[in-house]
Design a protein. Sequence first.
Length: 179
Amino acid sequence: MLCLSATSAAGQGERRRPTRENTKATDSQQAPVRESKAAPLPANKLEEALRLLLKVTSDSATTTAQRQKAVEIEGLIVDQTITKVGHDFYDIFYTQFEAPAGSGEYVVTITEKPARGTSTLISVNVNDTDLLEMPLQPKPEYIEAAAAEAVGTAIGHLQQSNSLSRQLEKGAKQPLETF
C-alpha cells in the first residue's frame, strides 16, 4: 500500500532548511536578525556623503556615454540592388568611395529598379536626399563610369553639407548684429 502525505498550501511557498525528524529546532538554526546600534550620521556628514555619491554616479554616467559614443558607426553604405549589374555597380562604388574628413554620420543608399530590356535604373541617396538616378547598361565600362560619377556626386554633397553645418555652427557662436 502506498501512502502519500500532503503538505499545507501555505507551507509550499516557504523555504526551510532540511532538519532531522527527531530533533528540535533551536534558535541557532534560525537566521540571525542584525540590528544596527550605530547612531545616525549628523546632517553635514550625510550631505557630504550624498554629494560624493552623486559625483561618482555622474562621473560613471559620462564615462559610459563616452564608451557608447566610441562604438557608434560614422558612415554607412547600404546595398539595395537586385541584379548582378546592380551588385557590380555597388562593388565599384564601395571601393572608390572615401568619405571626406569630418563628414561625421552619413548613410549612402544605392537602390536599383528594373527598367526596359537589360538595363536597370540606379539611384543614389545620401542622408535621405536623392542625388542622382541614372539608367545602367550591363557593360563593364558603363558601370565603371556611372560608379565614378556617383562617387563624385556623393562626395561633393557630403563636402557641401559639412561646410554648411560648419557655417551654421560658426554663426551660432557669433552675437547677432543689431541695426
